[in-house]
Design a protein around this ligand. Sequence first.
Ligand SMILES: *Cc1c(COP(=O)(O)O)cnc(C)c1O
Length: 433
Amino acid sequence: MKYYSTNKQTADVTLEEAVVKGLAGDKGLFMPCEIKRFLPSFYDEIQNLSFQEIAYCVADAFFGEDVPADTLKHIVYDTLSFDVPAVKVRENIYSLELFHGPTLAFKDVGGRFMARLLGYYIRKEGKKSVNVLVATSGDTGSAVANGFLGVDGIHVYVLYPKGKVSEIQEKQFATLGQNITAIEVDGTFDDCQALVKNAFMDKELNEYMQLTSANSINVARFLPQAFYYFYAYAQMKRLGKADNLVICVPSGNFGNITAGLFGKRMGLPVKRFIAANNRNDVFFQYLKTGEYHPKASVATIANAMDVGDPSNFARVIDLYGGSHDSIAADISGEAYTDEQIRETIQRTYEETGYLLDPHGACGYRALAEDLKPGETGVFLETAHPAKFLHTVESIIGTDVKIPEKLQAFMRGVKQSVPMSKDFASFKTYLMKQ
Ligand SMILES: *Cc1c(COP(=O)(O)O)cnc(C)c1O
């Protein structure tokens, strides 16, 4: 299947090109030229399939023309080595827990899938090794690093700002070793991003080594998130709760929810979606006014959603042919302040015993406020509350149990390479690898 650019100023490309390049030549985002609909019989039987089986069917619809069936099956099964259970929080509201993967956040699936697909292309083409550069303010680095850990032919460099990520976050990408190198930059997150951008533009460096990015706009990170929505539906169907299903997605760059909208286009019977935001509410404002005004982001306690100009907005617009009416018919929005997020975590814990993280709290609250009689709501719980330990403990006033996976990272020994923020020293370092 070919992929076109949302800016439509460049020729269509193959899946391999879309994955290796990430962004289209005209700076647009890649979209698949066709979105296949499943037959009704697929939805009649879906409750009898496992997460892996469902995900393989979805992956086959997107990638089956380009990747041999046995390879694709292997990639999917290897990616999904953990469950994403739907847990009842209260009558008619369920939490789809996306935090049972290696770094306890939903980006694990996209990171792992992309690593394995890229690994396949490297082996197939007999390419020399590929180097992935990723700048992180915390969470993306851990999902990408752990996703690529141990994948042959790929080396990952994670650049992060010294002293500006939490210890838990740092331990998740700076202790891994093998094909993962953590680079501790004496500067800010913007300095890290500038180093990565400069590296991609440097001719000499690109002749010396094959460089690529692993940011969330890559189709191989973005499309696999559709798996979640099909599996959520299957689980609700098993419970007899699949009619009038409303799915609520805590959103920042809008990659996750856009994958859900693709699912709806493939016939998945979801009645409607809710995009839950923190104070960074440009999408919510767009829904209300029809006008899109990107802004600088503001810092909140749900910091993975601190995005002022969501990169996947272009995909949403493209998917609906630019029609605000059609978008608003499928998606509604909500936005919450830090105070409201705190209140939601505390009250939900008190009333139901369920501990939300600050991102999931936005999702839960939007359902609690917007669900209509006869509807069932599922919100995506995008991270484990222990990832935001100090915030969550200060809200509920008791200790949060740290999952064994997170404790194992905490025991690891940091092994970062110190780096100044000037490009010359970063380039010299890379040229010696
Ligand atoms: C990345 C992230 C989000 C936002 O997802 P998008 O796909 O960018 O909308 C929400 N919650 C958590 C915990 C995240 O890490």
